[in-house]
Design a protein around this ligand. Structure first.
Ligand code: ACM
Ligand code: ZN
Length: 468
């Protein structure tokens, strides 16, 4: 899991050796091979095992072939040697496939040729409703890498907490990162060193990290520290309950944009990837309707209503990001008005937003509440945790991200699929993993494998082995 594009099983086994040597004997294009990563994965699977990393006479060899596409790999398991061929990104995917194929008595002889269907195969994690330390975040990234997923969407700011230290605004870490729980402060904040640590860990697994800084809504935690960025001046507390809150960033005050631009400048510096998520979802307009500054902004910019003000806000931030060379990503509400052409739309309120955005020529990530929300319940059992609707494993597995009504050009704009873990009802990491798995396994196959290879019965039988 996920099932490869082409798989041929031969006769016999490559038997597990007490000491397995792993190496890279051909040119790597200057990149280091994932020998260490593979060895740590194998030793976790077989705790009594040992791996030796070297370049000569390896049992498992990484071979460089720059002719293969990004993330594509060939895996050849014969009786006496294993070869993983690709460029560096393909090596990591091939190594993950090799780990997944290991049976108790070794590897079956086989040949695989494989490449991903979608280029964005994502998982999102909300660390705002409940804060999780970086060793937990890394664990999710590792599980993703083993399933050949490649994009980690880190939801870092929301009403209930701001989770990333910003040098220009120390109060975000001191005030916005903490909510009151039964009289005790609860929360936390990542330092920049924490983030660098996660980025290095993700990079070793060829996973890009997309930070999300929410605007203009879901901003109560930031407003608790900086009430002057709201329409009515507050005061506010970091939100203590879930929900959608009326107090959002004021779109009329220049101070809002000075604040957000300084925050984004530090985020752009810290995160090397090409994408930055600005949220954009669920922004009530009641304060903007009553605010002289917001109303003044609408007159000055010739905006006819508050929806146009939201679109003006997002477009302004999109232009700022474009100057830094980053692509803006936003939830599908960002469609409510003009958008920079390089903006990527994440379709969550069903698939209609994704369909419209693809027809407009935007790149689209499909992540609808109907299939991709892993905070929804997995079954109807009374003790089943979770929110709202029900999304059993089979529903996730059956998801087809490309809507049939799109013509081929628009269909080509659907460039990814993503599962979301909103943690309002997940106070512990154990619950996060319970909700994420095995739905993540099913989504990985939706994201990686050709639609023609998908088969629910076959997936279920492979899952039996996979769970161990
Ligand atoms: C969302 O679930 N509010 C994007
Ligand atoms: Zn205002």
């Amino acid at each position: 899991i996920p099932i490869p594009v082409n798989y041929n099983r031969g006769d016999g086994k490559f038997n597990w050796k007490p000491v397995m040597s792993i190496g890279c004997t051909t040119g790597s294009g200057g990149k280091s091979s994932p020998s260490k990563l593979l060895s740590s994965w194998l030793m976790r699977r077989k705790p009594d095992a040992a791996c030796q990393i070297g370049s000569k006479q390896s049992d498992i060899e990484f071979k460089f072939d720059e002719g293969l596409k990004e993330e594509a790999y060939r895996l050849d398991i014969s009786k006496d040697k294993i070869t993983i061929t690709g460029n560096q990104s393909g090596w990591v995917r091939g190594a993950a496939a090799l780990v997944m194929l290991l049976e108790d008595d070794g590897w079956a002889v086989c040949q695989i040729e494989d490449e991903p269907r979608f280029s964005w195969r994502g998982m999102h994690l909300d660390v705002c409703r409940h804060f999780f330390p970086i060793d937990r975040v890394k664990r999710l990234i590792d599980v993703m890498a083993l399933h050949r997923m490649n994009t980690f969407h880190w939801h870092l700011t929301d009403d209930q907490g701001w989770r990333i230290a910003i040098d220009a605004f120390p109060k975000l870490a001191e005030v916005s990162a903490w909510r009151d729980r039964d009289g005790q402060p609860s929360g936390g904040c990542y330092s920049k060193q924490d983030v660098k640590d996660v980025l290095a860990y993700a990079d070793e697994r060829n996973i890009q990290v997309v930070p999300e800084i929410e605007m203009p809504g879901h901003a109560r935690a930031a407003l608790a520290a900086f009430p002057e960025l709201s329409c009515n001046g507050g005061p506010f507390e970091v939100a203590n309950t879930c929900g959608i809150f009326d107090d959002v960033y004021c779109a009329g005050k220049d101070a809002t944009f000075e604040f957000l631009e300084k925050v984004l400048a530090e985020i752009v510096q810290l995160f090397p990837g090409p994408y930055l998520h600005v949220g954009g979802d669920e922004c009530p307009k009641v304060r903007w309707k009553e605010c002289p500054d917001c109303q003044g902004r609408m007159r000055k910019e010739g905006l006819k209503d508050e929806n146009e003000l939201q679109s003006w806000f997002i477009t302004k931030m999109g232009k700022t990001l474009q100057l830094t060379g980053k692509h803006m990503v936003g939830w599908d509400e960002i469609l409510e008005g003009g958008l920079p052409p390089s903006a990527v739309v994440m379709s969550w309120q069903g698939t209609q937003g994704g369909i419209e955005a693809a027809r407009m020529g935007h790149d689209v990530i499909m992540s609808p509440t109907s299939h991709c929300y892993f905070d929804y319940r997995q079954s109807d059992e009374p003790e089943e945790p979770g929110n709202l609707g029900r999304i059993p494993l089979e529903t996730v597995y059956g998801y087809e991200p490309v809507p049939s009504e799109l013509d081929p050009l628009a269909a080509s704009k659907i460039f990814g699929v993503q599962g979301n873990i909103w943690t309002e009802r997940m106070p512990t990491w154990k619950l996060v993993e319970y909700m994420a798995l095995p739905r993540l396994c099913a989504l990985a196959e939706v994201a990686w494998s050709p639609a023609s290879k998908k088969n629910w019965d076959c997936f279920q039988s492979r899952l039996t082995n996979h769970l161990s």
